[in-house]
Design a protein around this ligand. Structure first.
Ligand code: ZN
Length: 510
């Protein structure tokens, strides 16, 4: 049996969940569900990044302790992922004791290995923000928040000797040509390292809401170096050697393209410095950009709307959970930038879900009801659809393995389209009941059974509904993919239920 460890970035607690974070999380969820379906032992991790000055400031504005504030902010993510039917096995919060302990052990290991040293850090500092700025972040030479001059400040900091890992990283990249996908994003990381690595300051004395440096308690670790370690905390780094051995380094980090350097350069170097293998894979996705103007009926205004303004719950309330999951997975090839628009959601919904999948489910149930006494028929061995189905099953499997959910779904919809065409060709609704109708309907039912299995990682609720409507017990997510995803297993005689339309059409002028 294989193992599959998949992670999302941990989301910054001060930000509310939005379409961008939902995009990463739904992709990770579908992949985790796919790996469970093929019988892999799977661990799916997400969580929240809760330290740093901005979080402490927000807590103060709310009149709360940072811990009480992050208890609230983490809950927003837990609820958002619950809404989206996310099947994470663990939810890590960096303010948890288990994380503090792992971070301290991990960074102490790097310190003992000689890759952390003390030096003077000099930078541009806003006294009001109590934070450093890079020259590029300033606006007319002033703090972008306070619009006041910054000062040059010096403080003693602990530095990570990143420069020691240039050659080691380049060698690792060469030996692991699929470390980062897609290749264009991998190339970015490679050229960044080839351009030369500078040591980085990893502690602060001006912040208190963070993880204390165990060998120098005036300092806390800068939030990024604590956050990355969450992937190891969750598998028991420093407390459960067997779990770490079991899951590391075979991890799959799903990240947005804005955090390539953290995950493809700093993080593998930190692992090497601590004497660990770097993570196995970093899968980089693009950004969704808001396009289009038309909004759903519950959206009050479309003026200047940003992706980060759109709460996942607004979308699921408007369109349903599975249509949103489907849209996020299907519309944009993983790795590319994509456009997010309400017209796009409605078009996918009406075309793929209402007209194709929903229509197939409804037609099959109607004809089985009128011509087969509501009882399912068995598929035939020589069906034309059989060849299509076998081909599609192969394609879907290959696509999920290559982190290409859009291709997996595209392939599944080829089978749905072929089944609709087959029904139109035979027009069983015009025939007398008998063996010919039985054969056509048996084949269509078999397509629905296979479709339920194939789409279950992306649309778990819909898959289960289809499964039950054609009379099957249990859940398509619980079958053995290798055993069940092949033609000819739908049994004769099950009760087929008509039910409500799965995806009532949306009027596109709504
Ligand atoms: Zn400022």
């Amino acid at each position: 049996m294989s193992r599959f460890f998949v992670t999302t970035p941990i989301y910054y607690g001060n930000d509310a969940p939005h379409v961008g974070s939902a995009y990463s999380t739904v992709n990770a969820d579908a992949l985790a569900r796919w790996h469970r379906l093929v019988g892999d032992e799977t661990l799916f991790l997400t969580g929240t990044d809760e330290h740093g000055q901005k979080v402490a400031d927000s807590a103060e504005q709310q009149g709360l302790s940072p811990q009480a504030w992050t208890d609230q902010t983490a809950q927003r993510f837990i609820e958002a992922w619950d809404d989206l039917n996310i099947s994470n096995d663990d939810f890590i919060r960096t303010s948890e004791r288990r994380h503090h302990e792992s971070v301290q052990k991990f960074l102490t290991k790097i310190y003992e290995n000689g890759f952390i040293y003390k030096d003077v850090y000099e930078g541009l500092y806003c006294v009001s923000c109590e934070d450093y700025y890079t020259p590029e972040a300033l606006v007319n030479g002033n703090c972008p928040v306070h619009e006041r001059p910054v000062i040059t400040m010096q403080e003693e900091n602990w530095f990570f000797r990143l420069s020691a890992f240039e050659d080691k990283l380049l060698q690792y990249y060469e030996e692991h040509p699929t470390f980062t996908t897609p290749q264009t994003k991998f190339n970015e990381a490679i050229s960044f390292v080839k351009g030369g690595l500078k040591d980085i300051s990893i502690t602060r004395t001006s912040i208190t809401w963070g993880i204390t440096v165990p060998w120098d308690e005036k300092h806390v670790f800068y939030v990024w170096y604590d956050a990355l370690i969450n992937y190891l905390t969750a598998i028991g780094y420093g407390s459960d050697h067997d779990e770490v051995e079991k899951w590391w380094p075979s991890s799959n980090h799903i990240v947005g393209k804005e955090i390539i350097r953290f995950h493809c350069v700093w993080w593998p170097a930190m692992c090497m410095a601590a004497g660990l293998e770097p993570p196995a894979h970093v899968h980089v996705h693009g950004w969704l950009l808001v396009g289009g103007k038309k909004l759903g009926k519950s959206m009050a205004s479309d003026v200047g709307i940003k992706l980060t303004d759109i709460a996942p719950r607004t979308l699921t309330a408007e369109f349903g959970v599975d249509p949103i999951r489907y849209y996020l997975l299907r519309e944009t090839p993983f790795g590319n930038d994509g456009e997010f628009s309400f017209e796009g959601i409605i078009a996918r919904y009406n075309t793929d879900l209402a007209n194709n999948l929903g229509n197939l489910v409804a037609r099959v149930a109607t004809v089985v009801g009128s011509k087969c006494d509501g009882r399912g028929r068995a598929p035939t061995i020589d069906a034309e659809l059989r060849a299509v189905a076998n081909e599609v099953v192969q394609q879907v499997g290959a696509a999920w393995e290559e982190f290409a959910p859009h291709r997996a779904l595209e392939a599944a919809w080829q089978l749905i389209g072929a089944a609709n065409a087959d029904l139109e060709k035979h027009a069983p609704w015009k025939m007398e009941s008998g063996p010919e109708v039985d054969a056509v309907m048996g084949n269509a039912l078999e397509v629905l059974r296979l479709t339920a299995i194939l789409i279950s990682p992306a649309m778990p609720e819909t898959a289960e509904k289809i499964w039950h409507r054609i009379g099957l017990q249990g859940s398509p997510a619980d079958v053995s993919f290798r055993g069940e995803a092949s033609w000819g297993r739908y049994p004769e005689g099950l009760l087929v239920e008509k039910g409500e339309p799965l995806f009532p059409r949306i009027k596109s002028d709504a």
